[in-house]
Ligand binder design. Structure first.
Ligand SMILES: [Zn+2]
Length: 458
């Protein structure tokens, strides 16, 4: 699996152009360097090198003393220079690993390169009149390429690997890794083989997959296509294939180039980098707790089930929120329920202190779950504490049994028919009585009201 990730930087890989946003006007973030005009000098972006080194360290890679950039030569309209600056035989790092759902995936290398521009095709299908435009805003945007060894065995594992990688990148702050913004793209290489065979079959490479769902589906499709091809006596051609989201199938793009075809040679305008050991050790020490070990610790400390862990352990901010709220005194299981059920789906995070307070208000029955949902939304919006919001709205629940018993007695007096029905066995009539109670006292806790009524009626 090859994964391209855009490291978090303000400027491009070899010039001072801003990264810009998706949807910016075309060719507004360009200069002589990223346009590839003659006579300019590229200068490596330190922040990109640092993000790449952090990623390599988090993936337990070896970092050599020297690394260099190389030119990968090919001609394409989105690459006016006629070459891409990448890394060939001395990458930034090699020989790492990432543990994913019980399997160790070996990482072959993590290196740094630059993105190309983008072609926009427009035209009139009816008259077969086509026009293509070039937008070079992305040309020269830094990319890390993370290449694994062939250790993934299924579409599920490939998706889990990509998800885990995204969690890791976000945790260490190396990238936002937003697939929908093109900050992370997966290129699975897929081959099949007979059961028991140790030799990998001929592979095809799927280009530029930009969602986890597409990654999963494309691999399932491609495995099935290769299987049918071999079973019908055909052969697999080594090639690059695309994924059509509309048709949900892969299609041939071009026969695979070999490394020789690119005529790699050292980039003459950038001297090899000597990677300072002190810098690397500083980066290693500054890494936060990584997602895998953190999940293990959270399970051990709080006994959370795997379903909760799958959500909370996949996002550093959610894990921080969980630990913060528990540290503020709220029970772990309830905090996990609120994060998994209410916070994660909205993506809007309260402070740990406020979440803890909310969980406690529900726990001691001061407010109902429904009220708590509203309070949570309001607290996230305004930043005010749940206690303040509850006090202002006056929807603190009445859970005091003495107070509720007085109302319950009045309700029983006022509803002789319902009471008779209840006593003759129609237990569901209790809901009519509870409704009358909440009409008389809107802030009554429904559960306690039910308990008090039952107690009086039985
Ligand atoms: Zn530029």
């Amino acid at each position: 699996m090859e994964v391209h990730v855009q490291p978090r930087t303000r400027s491009k890989m070899f010039c001072g152009c801003a990264i810009g946003e998706l949807g910016d006007a075309p060719n507004t973030h360009v200069c002589e360097v990223c346009l590839g005009l003659p006579g300019v000098l590229p200068v490596p972006n330190k922040a990109a090198v640092e993000a790449c080194l952090k990623t390599a360290l988090a993936l337990a890679c070896e970092i050599p003393r020297h690394t260099k950039f190389d030119r990968k030569n090919y001609m394409y309209p989105d690459l006016p220079k006629g070459y891409q600056i990448s890394q060939y035989d001395l990458p930034m790092s090699v020989n790492g690993r990432l543990d994913v759902s019980g399997r160790t995936v070996r990482i072959r290398r993590v290196h740094l390169e630059e993105d190309t521009g983008k072609l926009i095709h427009a035209g009139d299908r009816l008259h077969k009149a086509w026009e293509s435009y070039v937008d070079l805003n992305r040309a020269g945007v830094p990319l890390m390429e993370i290449v694994s060894e062939p250790d993934l065995r299924s579409a599920d594992e490939a998706r889990d690997y990509a998800v885990e990688l995204r969690t890791l990148l976000r945790t260490i702050g190396a990238s936002e890794a937003e697939m929908e913004k093109g900050q992370m793209r997966a290129e699975p290489n897929i081959s099949i083989r007979r059961e028991g065979s140790t030799e990998l079959g001929v592979k095809t490479e799927l280009k530029n997959i930009n969602s986890f769902r597409a990654l999963h589906r494309a691999i399932i499709f491609e495995v099935e296509r290769q299987k049918q091809m071999l079973e019908s006596g055909g052969t697999i051609v080594q090639e690059t294939r695309g994924w059509s989201e509309a048709e949900q199938r892969t299609f041939s793009q071009r026969s695979k180039e070999l490394a020789e075809d690119y005529r790699y040679f050292p980039e003459p305008d950038i001297p090899p980098l000597e990677l300072d050991r002190t810098w690397i050790e500083d980066l290693r020490r500054a890494l936060p707790e990584l997602p895998g070990p953190r999940r293990g610790r959270l399970v051990a400390e709080h006994g959370l089930p795997p379903s909760d862990m799958a959500v909370i352990g996949a996002d550093r901010e959610l894990a921080d929120l969980f630990e913060g709220a528990v540290a503020a005194g709220a029970p772990a299981k309830q905090v996990a329920n609120w994060i998994v059920g209410e916070v994660a789906p909205t993506g809007k995070l309260p402070s740990a202190q406020n979440l803890a307070e909310l969980v406690k208000l529900v726990g001691d029955r001061s407010i109902t779950r429904d009220q708590a949902r509203e309070v949570l939304a309001e607290s996230v919006e305004s930043g005010r504490t749940p206690a303040e919001i509850v006090a202002e709205h006056g929807h603190r629940q009445v859970s005091d049994e003495g107070e509720l018993r007085i109302v319950a007695a009045a309700v029983i007096d006022a509803n002789p028919k319902a009471v008779a029905d209840y006593r003759s066995g129609k237990k569901q009539v209790i809901n009519v009585l509870i409704r009358d109670m909440t009409n008389r006292m809107p802030q009554a806790n429904r559960q306690v009201a039910g308990e008090v009524l039952t107690e009086l009626l039985d």
